[in-house]
Design a protein around this ligand. Sequence first.
Ligand code: MG
Length: 349
Amino acid sequence: MTSLTAEFERVSMPLEHDFTISRGTTTAAENVIVRITDEGGMTGVGAAAPSSHYGETAATVEAVIPDLLAVVEEVGDPHALAEIEDRMAHVVADNPAARCAVSIALHDLAAKRLGVPLYRLWGLNPEDAPTSSYTIGIDETDVMREKTAAAVDAGYSTLKLKLGTDRDREVVEAVREEAPDATLRVDANEAWTPRETARKSEWLADLGVEFIEQPLPADNPTGLKDAYERSALPIAADESCVTLADIPQIADRCDIANLKLMKCGGLLEAKRMVHTARAHGLEVMLGCMVESNAAIAAGCQLGPLLDYADLDGSLLLADDADPFAGVPMPEGRIDLQATDRNGTGATGR
Ligand code: MG
């Protein structure tokens, strides 16, 4: 047993550009940073990036974190990751981002105490991580075209386009013109109908799009099945794939499970979801919210387990807005070996 102390603080990070999806616009991300320190003064760091879509805000995170940190201090062992995650899930079941911040900080601390990066603690090959996509939010078509040109100039080879307006086709055609060689994915964030998905999938396929993410509302699983059966492209489930229990429910109506740490509540739970998804014949993607590197870095450590990565949450922040540097992602490539940092690779700057 060791003695652990913990603290948390809210940070508000402006975005580089307003970020719009089919449901609304974000201008800044409120994260809650968690630090857990052992008796020798070694500190692990994590972050909660609460999403109002899943009922969390910075205020709800701050409200429950003391109860979660009480679990950590009670267990007292930073290597008791499974016990702490399990107990936290009983204490505040409906607050996954808050639990996730603590899970990440503990994993960071545990790996630092062992003197290894987290991927190495898990026995993963760092070279297996896929390239992350870079997301272009909804905007005027010309602005999306300009953002695409800037992303291509910056070296990003995989772009994810947010769709869900009456200009969807015009947007994808404009983006494809600017990025003829890029891998393109689209995310409708629940904005389409099954019939619309089937129809749009035809021209999206012609434009070389790789897959369609969350075409239907999550509360329409029958519609998702219909869309999946009629779509010319693979379907990824995001809003329909929140926790481990969702995986068997979506297995016969999508191709790709899009996990997020902030939806599932912890790194061990995320790993369970990866393996459960594979057992159900699904491919696995890891996405994110708009997150500090204190959280994104932990997602990067799971990279070698993934088929697809969408871990651009910190890249969308204004320069210097993020108090943390993370795993370097030059041109979207998750370079787990670029630094000699242990733990998640997040470090204050
Ligand atoms: Mg999505």
